[in-house]
Structures are given as structure tokens and as C-alpha cells.
Design a protein around this ligand. Structure first.
Ligand SMILES: [Zn+2]
Length: 291
């Protein structure tokens, strides 16, 4: 089985190393035969109206400084176009998962730090909140397992009645939980048992919310060799983490979209961790489920 995965060359401009590594991940997934690639079409910028504050959106789309680069990646037309391409792929992958009652990947970042007023933390536009904004009739539940808390998505959850956000993290990044959002700060001392417990709590939330779409952000920066990691999860623990989320969607028959995030080791190492996430997806999707 190959996982349907959305991507386009525009996602990964060479001159932006943080984004270029998405191309390394794409190459590895294709080489290993793990994905069935779909060409992503860029998002029409009009679809962003009302998501972020108008002044910020205008600045980012037109390259008006200093606002346009405030998220941490120096703005250029290619950075804007990469963002719109990834956001287009995000919606297309979500629709793929919903319409076929299954699973799809966007080989992109979720951009969870972007908050309503502006981009932040290398995240120009929040691609997780975008799903709730673009599909107001669908209940969206995000499970964010990046090293860093999804503070931007948390702010959006308080604004968008169909957006629910769970964040399980080692580095808080301002994430505290709030209206329709739940924050789980796991310390290194608490370790993986506490992490699994937070995932179990997320599973019971899924039963309450009954989402139309589960969105999983599989951060690679909680790995023990990552320079930004506080959680220090092993490769095996990260696989168990991924498998727990994928099984949750599979066994409850909830359409699932997943993205990658973080990852500050070498591009090859991050691509390896990302491909393990796709292996976990395939593993869960091949398991028989009760009728
Ligand atoms: Zn991160």
C-alpha cells in the first residue's frame, strides 16, 4: 500500500534550507515506494481572507516589510509561493482523505506557530487552522506532536468553533490550553509513559468531539538527537507515537490528514524520521479492523 501524498516542487525552493529539506523527504518517500504522489496546486490567496488579520495577510502576500519576514524566514516571492503551494496541497490532501474516507499526507509543514495577528516561528500562515476556516461545516481535530507547543493553532481554536486542538510537547512555546484546545507539557523526567498517557487522553477527546477530519502533525524535532529536543524520544518511541495516532483514526474510521514538522538534524536524518512516520501510517492502514 502507498500513502497518497501531496507535493509540488514549489514547496521546496533551494535557497530556503528550511523548506528545501521537504524535497529530501519527498525523494526518500518516493525512492522507498511509500507514497503515491499527487501534484499540489497553489491556494488561491482569496481563500485566506478572514483567517489572519487583513494587514498581515496583505503584507505577506505583497512582501511588505518588516511584517512579511517577521515569521523568521526572509520573505521573497518564492517563499510566498512555497507557502501558497503547501496550503493548496493541505486543502487538497484533506479533501482526498474526507472524500475517500481514508488517509492522505501533505509533505509540508503545518505552520502551527502562526497566530491570527501574524506569522511566527518560521510559520507564515497557519495551515492547520486553514482547514477549519476553509471547511466551516466540518469538525476538525488537530493532534500536534511537535517538540514545540502549537500556540498559534490554540489561538485559532478559540476563534473557530469547528477547530479543536491538542498539543503534546516538550517545549511550551506559549501553549497553555484554552477554548477547544488542550496542552500537554511532558518533561524529560516524565518521559514516554506520560507521553502515551497524553495520547490516550487525546483518544478519549476524539470520542467526544467526533471529528470529520483528524489532522496529525508529526514533528521530527522531539527526537533525542535533535538539537531542539527536550523530549528526547527514541526512534522507536516516535514510531509508537505515530502508530498510536494512526490507529486511532483507522479504528474509529475517521479520515486523517498528516503533515510533518520541525526537524533540525541533517535533512537526510529528518527524511529518515519522516519516512518512519509514513511507515507507521501504512502499518496502521494495513491492519484489519473490526466490522
Ligand atoms: Zn518544532
Amino acid at each position: 500500500m502507498r500513502i497518497p501524498a501531496y507535493f509540488s516542487a514549489a514547496y521546496a525552493p533551494d535557497e530556503v534550507p528550511l523548506l528545501a529539506r521537504l524535497g529530501t523527504t519527498r525523494d526518500r518517500l518516493q525512492r522507498l515506494g511509500l507514497v503515491d504522489l499527487h501534484e499540489a496546486a497553489p491556494l488561491d490567496p482569496a481563500a485566506l481572507d478572514g483567517l489572519h488579520d487583513a494587514a498581515y495577510l496583505q503584507a505577506f502576500l505583497a512582501g511588505i516589510e518588516p511584517m512579511a519576514s517577521r515569521q523568521g524566514i526572509r520573505w521573497s516571492p518564492r517563499v510566498r509561493d512555497a507557502t501558497l503551494a503547501m496550503l493548496g496541497g493541505q486543502l487538497q490532501a484533506a479533501q482526498h482523505a474526507i472524500e475517500r474516507g481514508g488517509i492522505a499526507m501533505n509533505i509540508a509543514r503545518g505552520f502551527h506557530h502562526a497566530h491570527p495577528a501574524a506569522g511566527s516561528g518560521f510559520c507564515p500562515v497557519n495551515g492547520l487552522a486553514l482547514l477549519a476556516h476553509a471547511m466551516p461545516g466540518r469538525r476538525i481535530l488537530v493532534i500536534d506532536c511537535d517538540e514545540h507547543g502549537g500556540n498559534g493553532t490554540e489561538e485559532f481554536a478559540a476563534r473557530l468553533p469547528n477547530l479543536h486542538a491538542v498539543s503534546i510537547f516538550g517545549t511550551r512555546f506559549g501553549c497553555r490550553g484554552g477554548v477547544r484546545s488542550w496542552a500537554h507539557h511532558i518533561t524529560r523526567e516524565q518521559g514516554f509513559p506520560a507521553y502515551l498517557d497524553a495520547l490516550r487522553q487525546a483518544a478519549s477527546l476524539v470520542l467526544q468531539v467526533t471529528p470529520d477530519l483528524l489532522v496529525y502533525q508529526a514533528g521530527a524535532d522531539c527526537h533525542r538527537d535533535d538539537p531542539k529536543s527536550q523530549l528526547r524520544l527514541s526512534t522507536t518511541e516516535m514510531f509508537q507515537r505515530d502508530l498510536a495516532v494512526f490507529r486511532l483514526a483507522r479504528r474509529r474510521r475517521i479520515p486523517l490528514l498528516f503533515v510533518v514538522a520541525g526537524g533540525y538534524q541533517s535533512a537526510d536524518r529528518v527524511a529518515y524520521l519522516n519516512s518512519n512516520t509514513v511507515r507507521a501510517a501504512r502499518h496502521a492502514w494495513q491492519e484489519p479492523i473490526a466490522p
